[in-house]
Design a protein around this ligand. Structure first.
Ligand SMILES: NC(=O)c1ccc[n+]([C@@H]2O[C@H](COP(=O)([O-])OP(=O)(O)OC[C@H]3O[C@@H](n4cnc5c(N)ncnc54)[C@H](OP(=O)(O)O)[C@@H]3O)[C@@H](O)[C@H]2O)c1
Length: 160
């Protein structure tokens, strides 16, 4: 299964100046639950923001300029190469913008956290044809900045 996982604001912002421009306690809970034991694929800038491989899962960084290796950490030159490297494990594509754009036509599922606020930023989640997916709202979490866990499942099986 190839999925993508993202949190975006009401204006689809995902990042600002190399960082996630919000801090909401508990918001990353679903990311941890879904990706633990599986493979996360992320762009070089997103990896550098975290600064280390995530524990208890395999991290594949997509980069053509740097080589990240370590325990459970690999580098691939493209998204396709990363997916191949993951073998038959579940893959969660975790940003940033270019990887999401490339992943959109091939993902079976999108795990989206919709942050219920307009937030300033410089990096956006790409537009997608939501008619290609069935949308399910899993949970709404109230708070200073409310957010929803949403799952999109592709209507037709992907070609990948
Ligand atoms: N809200 C969220 O869920 C979320 C998730 C992830 C990231 N973010 C935010 O998004 C921002 C980072 O995203 P970004 O789009 O600027 O950068 P990014 O995708 O994380 O990293 C860009 C770099 O990754 C490599 N890369 C990406 N896609 C590639 C591809 N298809 N083929 C080959 N190489 C590829 C290239 O590395 P080289 O230059 O080394 O070749 C490229 O320069 C940060 O602000 C971060 O906080 C938010």
């Amino acid at each position: 299964m190839v999925a993508l996982i993202v949190a975006f604001a009401k204006n689809r912002v995902i990042g600002n100046k190399g960082h996630i421009p919000w801090k909401i306690k508990g918001e990353q809970k679903r990311f941890k639950e879904l990706t633990t034991g599986n493979v996360v694929v992320m762009g070089r800038r997103s990896f550098e923001e975290i600064g280390r491989p995530l524990p208890n899962r395999i991290t594949i960084v997509v980069s053509n300029t740097k080589d990240f290796t370590g325990e459970n950490c690999y580098t691939a030159g493209s998204l396709q190469e990363a997916i191949k490297l993951a073998g038959n494990r579940d893959v969660f594509i975790s940003g940033g913008a270019r990887l999401y754009e490339e992943a959109l036509p091939i993902v079976e599922k999108m795990y989206i956290t919709e942050i219920d606020k307009i937030i300033d930023g410089d990096t956006y989640f790409p537009q997608f044809a939501d008619g290609d997916f069935i949308k399910e709202v899993n949970e709404r979490i109230e708070g200073e900045i409310p957010y929803k866990y949403v799952t999109y499942t592709r209507k037709n099986k992907t070609l990948s």
